[in-house]
Structures are given as structure tokens and as C-alpha cells.
Design a binder for this molecule. Structure first.
Ligand SMILES: [Zn+2]
Length: 215
């Protein structure tokens, strides 16, 4: 259970993100970006949990994707990670890389845990290989974004890395606001990784909502 204060901020975050979505819908005349992954069918797959992981204790919608209760367009999978297409793609390639182990958000990552640091490294590598597979030209020119949203500006309570390529295929709202790092709501995976490796918290904010950085 979340404390009341946190619930309120989470609610505010959800309202802000919903508002952003409506704004995007009203200001964008283009249809959502379509890329080569359109050819991959939307499938319901059962993703075998790694040893010691129990999907039934994952309360998020991604837990249902992992256990095959909800469909997703799977892009790739390893023992620890699953990547699938975002429900509303913001770029020609818009993948989400998630750990199969339940991790609520960047706030749950522990700089003292070798496993957590290696997990973020693995997520970064998977993000890069997806871009290499679907948009090698974007990888070569650095035209991509790999980022995490920071609570309360998260839509799902399960850590997910956004993989967006080409970044230049995003609308102004997505490219310059929603998926723009570093912002209070968005952080690049490399920043998270570097901070964890330096023994710092993943993001320079406290979990109870604070707008200004702590360190
Ligand atoms: Zn997000």
C-alpha cells in the first residue's frame, strides 16, 4: 500500500500524463509512427519466469504481459528481460525493455546490488541491439533515445526502459517533452547506470515527490 501522500502525487502524475496524451492527440495530425515491426504479429506468449521469479506476485500490467494474460508484440527475450512494442508507439521503433523480476521503478534500484547494476547494463545492451536490428542507421548516427520515466510520471508501476528510434521520427511533444532527458520526469539509462556505479541513488530525487534534485 502506498502512503496517502504518494498516492496523491501518483494521481497527479497520471493526470498530467493523460493530459499530455490528449494534447498530443489534439495537436498531431499524423497517424502514429509505423516501422518494420508492423510485420510482427501481436501475440500472446507465455514468458517462462527465470528461477526464483513468480509472476503472480507482480501487481502491474506488465506482470500480465509476462505471464501471457495480456497480448504484446514481443521483440526479443532473454532469461532476465523481455522487450515488446509500446502500446502507443511514439517513434518508428518504440520498444519497452522490462526485467522479468518485479522492480517497481528507478527508485527501487539499489546501488549496493551488483545484480541491479548488471540488470541496467543488460537493459541498455538490449535497447541498443533492438535499434541495431530495426534502425541500424539511427544507431550509427546516434539518433535514438533510451530512457526511464521517474515516478510519479510513470504509467505502469514496473521498471521499463523506453527504446525510441529514430529519435527524429518523434513528434515535437514526444521528442522535446515527454521523452526528453534529463528532466524531472525522464532520465537516460546511462545516467542511471553511472549513478549506481558511483554508489548513488539511481536518480537525484527523493521518492516522496520533490521537484528539485537532492544530489
Ligand atoms: Zn514511461
Amino acid at each position: 500500500m502506498l502512503p496517502e501522500g504518494m498516492k496523491r502525487f501518483k494521481f497527479i502524475g497520471t493526470v498530467v500524463m493523460a493530459g499530455i496524451g490528449c494534447f498530443q492527440f489534439l495537436t498531431s495530425s499524423e497517424a502514429s509512427a509505423k516501422g518494420p515491426i508492423e510485420s510482427i504479429p501481436k501475440a500472446t506468449t507465455y514468458h517462462a519466469p527465470p528461477p526464483g521469479v513468480d509472476y503472480s506476485t507482480n501487481p502491474s500490467v506488465f506482470g500480465q504481459i509476462l505471464s501471457g494474460k495480456l497480448p504484446a508484440r514481443t521483440l526479443t527475450e532473454t532469461t532476465n528481460l523481455l522487450a515488446f512494442e509500446d502500446r502507443s508507439p511514439a517513434a518508428e521503433l518504440h520498444g519497452l525493455v522490462i526485467p522479468k523480476r518485479y522492480i517497481e521503478s528507478v527508485f527501487s534500484l539499489d546501488s549496493q546490488s551488483r545484480t541491479d547494476i548488471e540488470l541496467v547494463q543488460e537493459m541498455h545492451q538490449m535497447g541498443l541491439s533492438l535499434i541495431e536490428e530495426y534502425h541500424p542507421e539511427a544507431l550509427a548516427s546516434g539518433d535514438y533515445t533510451l530512457c526511464f520515466h521517474i515516478p510519479p510520471f510513470t504509467s505502469v508501476d514496473h521498471l521499463h526502459l523506453h527504446v525510441l528510434a529514430p529519435a527524429s521520427s518523434m513528434s515535437w511533444w514526444y521528442g522535446s517533452v515527454k521523452y526528453k532527458c534529463p528532466k524531472r520526469w525522464c532520465v537516460s539509462d546511462m545516467t542511471v547506470l553511472e549513478r549506481l556505479q558511483e554508489g548513488k541513488p539511481a536518480v537525484p530525487y527523493n521518492k516522496p515527490f520533490k521537484i528539485f534534485p537532492t544530489r
